[in-house]
Design a protein. Structure first.
Length: 571
């Protein structure tokens, strides 16, 4: 997407979101521009009084304005004008503060809406579709891209406010001297034409920098994922060299962008200075009065700062807009794969699950074919088989993470599809081999998605998972912060906390995918025995390779090459 197309798409998105608030923001920007203009307008009578004490020829507009006051005497008029100047500055400060608050509120809410749009799209898509998207891309969108969208919103609103301000100040010059205003407008247009190629070059550099940023984020994520094995194998020098190379490439792009923006800023500042000098020269050549010339010069100097800021913002925007384009592209991609329907149906609780000739094959060929099963409430089932047999694919289909490519799944006779999936997700709990914990307290991790939150229920869940002794050893018990991904706990401790969290959901279906493999055999056997003794007991499906989970279950389903090799009831 080109810079112009990105700007149009971003502005259209912002306007759609703003709605009526956009009108309020426009009024605030115009009010700020008028406040700036009023402050400058007071310069006219002030200059007239200072430069022409006898009020000889200060200009008809100023002369009439001073005459309307009815105040006589130069000092009295000066005091009146200075008082008006102070009032104008106070009013300006109040109006600009209100304007900035309105614009900042719009910016914050727009970014919040973009974040909600992305999170909603993520929540309504199949896991198989999310898995095909680079995780670095999603992390980039939720982090840096949203931050840059906020910066772009601020930049665009600031440019709009400054445009209104500059237009108001030019109108003031028009009131002072139409000829000077015409000369100023012509010279500014000529300067803009000269500056435009420089802005385009900066824009191309900005878009290249933004594109490289995603590539660097993806490479960094991949390398960080391999840091543990690199440290274990003593190859961390290769790891750091790759990270350094990625950083150097992005730094080179950043320096190129900064060099281009610096040159462009010099060109703009020089052009602005030349334009100001030519405006005054044109005023003298056209025979403008000293008051008009000095007032125009004062206004032009006030315009110079915002004009240079606008030039800088226009360059900065080229580095910010690609973030919105990338975010919109990701949301569009996710929405094309949405599976949750806007019309939802509820499923019966503790109902029979029937799989009828279901099949699902991943791109690399692994998966399941022709699976037909009936799973009853309260059963404890082991799913076993060699690696690649389709065990995880089967439980992912049960969880609704994958949609069958062939066949169907029904819960109590109701099809598991886009209309029932949202309800089904409230009926299940899924504990994987890599138990994820947030950087928060043990209590907060336990209660994430919990159906019950009473202290007694928490204690019971921890006891079943064998985590009650664990808590006794933590410095702050349930209020202990477990660090990012539960780094302060061992693998077995994380699995116990994750299992207790799953039990607090009061699920109809509890899926354990190698969820106890980090426990020692005795602890694993004890946990499985307590799960088997649950009353009422949810349907428990355990993917396992070790003997203990298989022995604890009352039914074992063996998969080979994606098909059922045996389905055995145990006495």
């Amino acid at each position: 997407m080109t810079g112009r197309a990105s700007l149009v798409a971003f502005a259209a998105d912002l306007c759609r979101f703003a709605g009526r608030r956009g009108a309020a923001a426009l009024i605030a920007m115009l009010a700020g521009a008028v406040a700036e203009g009023v402050g400058l307008a007071v310069l006219l009578p002030l200059l007239a009084l200072v430069l022409t004490p006898a009020r000889a020829g200060p200009g008809a507009l100023v002369d009439r304005a001073l005459g309307w006051t009815g105040v006589e005497g130069q000092l009295a008029l000066l005091a009146l004008v200075l008082g008006a100047f102070v009032v104008a500055m106070l009013a300006r400060a109040l109006v600009l503060t209100w304007r900035d608050r309105v614009l900042m509120s719009l910016q914050i809410d727009f970014v919040a809406a973009l974040r909600a749009r992305l999170l909603t799209a993520l929540a309504q898509v199949r896991w198989s579709d999310i898995a095909t998207i680079r995780h670095a891309r999603i992390a980039q969108a939720l982090g840096e891209d949203l931050e840059r969208c906020g910066a772009a919103t601020h930049t665009v609103l600031q440019i709009a406010a400054m445009t209104a301000m500059l237009a108001t100040q030019w109108l003031l010059v028009l009131l002072i001297s139409p000829r000077l205003a015409a000369a100023m407008l012509l010279l500014i247009a000529m300067a803009a034409l000269v500056f435009l190629p420089s802005l385009r070059r900066v824009g191309r550099a900005g878009f290249g920098l933004a594109t490289g940023r995603l590539g660097a984020a993806h490479g960094t994520a991949q390398l960080l994922g391999g840091l543990k094995s690199a440290l274990a194998e003593g190859t961390q020098s290769l790891f750091t060299a790759q990270l350094a190379r990625l950083g150097a490439e992005q730094s080179a792009k950043r320096l190129d962008f900064l060099r281009r923006t610096g040159r462009s800023r010099i060109v703009a500042a020089t052009g602005l200075g030349v334009t100001g000098a030519l405006v005054i020269f044109a005023g003298v050549w056209l025979g403008s009065s000293p008051v008009a010339l000095l007032a125009t010069l004062a206004i032009f100097l006030r315009m110079a700062g915002p004009a240079l800021t606008m030039q800088h913002n226009a360059q900065t925007l080229t580095d910010q807009l690609p973030a919105h384009a990338a975010l919109a592209e990701l949301v569009g991609e996710l929405r094309r794969n949405e599976v949750l329907s806007t019309q939802t149906r509820t499923l019966p609780r503790r109902a029979e699950i029937r799989l009828q000739e279901i099949g699902y094959r991943h791109q690399q060929g692994a998966g399941v074919d022709g699976i037909s099963l009936t799973l009853s409430p309260g059963e404890m089932i082991a799913v076993i088989g060699p690696s690649g047999a389709g065990k995880t694919t089967l439980v992912d289909l049960l969880a609704g993470l994958l949609r069958p490519q062939t066949g169907s799944i029904t819960i109590g006779g109701v099809a598991l599809d886009g209309t029932t999936l949202a309800d089904w997700r409230t009926h299940i709990a899924y504990v994987g081999q890599d138990s994820f914990l947030r950087h928060d307290t043990v209590r907060a991790n336990l209660l994430a998605g919990a159906a019950v939150m009473e202290e007694e229920a928490i204690a019971d869940a921890l006891a079943i998972a064998g985590a009650d002794d664990l808590l006794a050893g933590l410095p702050d018990g349930l209020e202990t912060v477990v660090a990012e991904r539960g780094a302060r706990l061992s693998g077995g401790q994380r699995q116990r906390i994750a299992l207790a969290r799953a039990l607090l959901r009061r699920p109809d279906l509890l899926i354990l995918d190698e969820a106890t493999n980090a426990l020692d055999p005795a602890a694993e056997q004890a946990v499985l025995a307590r799960l088997a003794a649950l009353r009422p007991r949810p349907l428990i499906v355990i993917v396992a390779h070790r003997p203990a989970p298989q022995a604890a279950c009352d039914r074992a389903i063996t998969l080979e090459d994606g098909r059922i090799a045996s389905d055995t009831l145990r006495g």
